[in-house]
Design a protein around this ligand. Structure first.
Ligand SMILES: Cc1cc2nc3c(=O)[nH]c(=O)nc-3n(C[C@H](O)[C@H](O)[C@H](O)COP(=O)(O)OP(=O)(O)OC[C@H]3O[C@@H](n4cnc5c(N)ncnc54)[C@H](O)[C@@H]3O)c2cc1C
Length: 415
């Protein structure tokens, strides 16, 4: 495992830092950037778009993308270094993750030249924001069981059905959609993949209010919405293979640090130093120090595991299964750390009012956001299944509906 930058990596890091110093302000100690949960405000979206365009003009918008689409043509390790440096500065939330991290790579792998030229440059500049229309009320972990239908009508497809948990649908221009185009074949074989104009007739996004007060999720209803066949990605019936490309990129982007929300162990120590009981600062309590020390050790374990990924990237190799393991461990640990932070604050732990809560209620926000991180991009249980089957090579779960025509799969909603 290499802990240090190579000479080229150090030079790249210095170049990135010097551009950031000239164009943004560094974060103050203890300050964190706003998370995605606060991205439903139009001013925040505009600020994020302006920052993305500024980066695009200077060649920092998408480090690994080909120059033909406005990228830098750089390496994955350079992308990681850029992320590390940008994270030290005060910048708007990244509302482009689904486009740049998932839809973009999928279009590069499966889209035609015309489709790539139409969508990728504007995606990269943040001019058009993208959302992911995959999950449905009865299809999340079992995504291939989805029921939204797309039926061919001349040069169009007519779409009917419902999606849910669509992050950002209310401010996005485009969505990546998986729909059922043939119910007469087994579930994975009857799917096709489309790009939907979210402003078209028959597409309605309704925001869902979250426990944190934000409303970043939507339910999206399709009522005779028309999608031109020119917006179909890959062949009819090949939607599952295309969706897998999207999902692999999603897990990679979440595993590489997209856990988000709340501070680290240093912030927990600062909190325990600030909050007191009748005997003094809570940090002087041996029991609390022991709990914080435990998180410190686990954080270091995760950090060194992520260095393995970085080392593989730096050597031009493909990272191993650490991504699934990292996401599983980090999401649970974040939730536990936020829970301890609330406990330390006593009654103030139960308020989101920044004038009463310590550290601007960042831990309260983190606590409310944490359960979602254990679900998004593969739930804890699904990640355990993946680790069991693909890493430990244990026998796979029985999948009894795999060979049946989709219309013959019994479900509660079929009557
Ligand atoms: C923050 C966040 C952002 C999201 N953004 C989007 C988005 O933009 N677009 C989108 O399409 N979706 C999005 N989702 C939805 C997400 O993909 C789904 O919530 C996820 O796939 C789980 O599906 P589900 O909610 O239907 O739960 P289900 O799949 O119904 O799972 C319910 C429970 O059963 C367990 N379970 C299910 N199957 C198995 C199994 N085989 N073995 C063991 N346990 C199992 C699960 O682990 C879970 O505990 C988002 C979710 C979150 C939390």
């Amino acid at each position: 495992m290499d802990f240090d930058d190579t000479r080229e990596e150090a030079a790249f890091r210095a170049e990135a830092r010097s551009w950031l110093e000239a164009n943004a302000s560094p974060l103050e100690p203890g300050e964190t950037n706003p998370g995605l949960g606060e991205s439903d405000d139009p001013d925040t979206i505009r600020a994020a778009q302006a920052w993305q365009a500024k980066k695009a003009d200077a060649g920092w918008a998408c480090i690994t993308w080909p120059e033909a689409y406005g990228g830098r043509g750089g390496s994955p390790i350079q992308s990681v270094i850029w992320g590390q440096e940008e994270g030290k500065f005060r910048v708007p939330p990244n509302v482009f993750g689904i486009g740049l991290g998932m839809a973009g790579p999928t279009l590069m792998a499966h889209g035609s030249d015309v489709q790539q030229q139409r969508w990728l440059p504007k995606m990269l500049r943040g001019e058009e924001i993208w959302c992911q229309l995959f999950s449905e009320p009865a299809a999340g972990s079992d995504l291939a069981g989805l029921r939204t239908r797309a039926e061919r009508d001349g040069d169009d497809w007519v779409v009917n059905g419902q999606k849910i948990w669509t992050s950002g649908a209310h401010y996005c221009k485009w969505g990546i959609l998986v729909a059922r185009t043939d119910p007469n074949v087994p579930k994975h074989a009857g799917l096709s993949y489309f790009v939907v104009d979210m402003e078209s007739t028959g597409v309605e996004a309704r925001q869902i209010r979250q426990i944190s007060g934000g409303a970043n999720f939507n339910e999206v209803f399709f009522t005779d919405a028309r999608i031109p066949d020119a917006n179909r990605i890959s062949e009819v019936g090949n939607g599952w293979a295309v969706a897998i490309t999207t999902l692999m990129n999603e897990r990679a982007s979440i595993g590489s640090g997209g856990i988000g929300g709340g501070g680290g162990v240093k912030d927990l120590i600062a909190l325990a130093r600030e909050v007191r009981d009748e005997r003094g600062p809570l940090l002087e309590n041996a029991g609390i120090r022991e709990r914080i020390a435990d998180y410190y050790v686990r954080t270091k374990g995760l950090q060194f595991t992520s260095y393995r990924t970085l080392t593989a990237l730096s050597r031009g190799q493909t990272p191993g299964p650490e991504g699934s393991i990292g996401k599983l461990v980090a999401a649970k640990m974040r939730q536990d750390m936020a829970s301890l932070a609330l406990e330390l604050q006593g009654l103030a732990g139960g308020t989101l009012d920044p004038s009463l809560a310590v550290q601007d209620a960042a831990w309260q926000e983190a606590y409310l956001w944490a359960p979602g991180m254990r679900i998004a991009g593969g739930t804890d249980e699904i990640l355990r299944n993946i680790i069991a089957e693909r890493v430990l090579r244990l026998p796979p779960e029985p999948r009894v509906d795999k060979e049946l025509a989709f219309r013959d799969v019994p479900t509660g909603s079929q009557g």
